[in-house]
Write a protein that binds this ligand. Structure first.
Ligand code: FE2
Ligand code: FE2
Length: 302
């Protein structure tokens, strides 16, 4: 195994990471999405479905929206994990306030300059995973709400949290990951002391997001370790790997994933009753069509 040469940054202890997360400022959003949303919120006719449609393209805004709705309406018998429902509960005024205080990730990038990370492509990875999670789930069961989509959207939120709270560590991790020689998780654990999956889960937990989102962030690379929601999390894992295999968007993990590897993992997935079912689901013509169309769809979204 190749060992990284001298790290500039200090590996952190869990306590140090926890403390920093408590003071983690609002997660940044992509400028194109923030502009589109602000424009819509200022328009005379405001349609909550259109507002929801734009928020659905942004893992940061979605996390913050769900955090807000679940803290304002703390005590609802079931936590809100649908974007449309959250928009309905909060109303336009609160959402406008939310976008006004939302930092923009491109501004942050200009400030740091330590590492050029393809944020737009990362947003495409997040939205693509959300769309595909739904498609994968659809092959075995009909979703009853949009929690599967939201779980896919926020699965890698830990990478935004890392860039935002630990920019020096993030820069060093991504400069190493770009070589494509080692898995991102391994590099993150070595340089920061924690990977993006655990970091994202801790952040979402701290902000009291529904358990499904926390588990999707924590276990999306190992759905079998989760006690709950294993079907949705297994679908997130397959969606994430499919996007990486097809090189759609950029997850920040540059290790190559082949279609054959995705198939192998799908065959062992808890999502499918048998290996044959997994094969049928992934090889379905409609699935191929969606994968073919996805790059154009994502280009149009962010
Ligand atoms: Fe991940
Ligand atoms: Fe991912």
């Amino acid at each position: 195994m190749q060992v990284l040469t001298r790290s500039r940054v200090k590996k952190l202890a869990l306590k140090e990471i926890d403390l920093k997360l408590v003071f983690c400022p609002s997660l940044p959003s992509l400028s194109s999405i923030n502009k589109a949303l602000q424009g819509l919120l200022l328009a005379e006719q405001r349609y909550s479905t259109q507002i929801s449609e734009i928020i659905r393209r942004d893992p940061s805004l979605t996390s913050r929206l769900l955090r807000l709705v679940n803290s304002v309406y703390y005590g609802l018998s079931t936590p809100v994990n649908s974007i449309q429902e959250a928009v309905f509960y909060l109303g336009v005024r609160q959402i406008r306030q939310l976008t006004m205080v939302t930092p923009i990730i491109e501004d942050f990038q200009r400030l740091t300059r330590q590492c050029i990370f393809p944020w737009r492509e990362f947003w495409q990875h997040s939205i693509g995973t959300a769309i595909l999670t739904r498609e994968v789930i659809n092959t075995v069961q009909s979703p009853t709400d949009e929690s599967d989509y939201v779980a896919g959207l926020v699965h890698d939120v830990g990478k935004i949290v890392m860039a935002w709270s630990f920019p020096d560590h993030f820069a060093e991790i991504h400069n190493a990951a770009k070589r494509g020689e080692r898995d991102l998780i391994e590099i993150e654990q070595e340089i920061l002391g924690m990977d993006h999956a655990e970091l994202g889960a801790l952040y979402l937990e701290l902000h009291r997001l529904p358990e499904l989102m926390v588990n999707a962030a924590r276990y999306h690379h190992h759905p079998e370790k989760s006690d709950d929601h294993t079907h949705i999390i297994a679908a997130v894992q397959i969606a994430d790997l499919l996007l990486r295999a097809e090189q759609i968007g950029c997850s920040g993990n540059y290790m190559e994933v082949t279609r054959a590897q995705v198939m192998e993992i799908s065959k062992r997935s808890v999502l499918f009753p048998s290996a044959q079912d997994a094969e049928h689901a992934i090889e379905r013509a409609s699935f191929h069509r969606i994968l073919e169309q996805l790059p154009d769809v994502l280009e149009g979204l962010v």
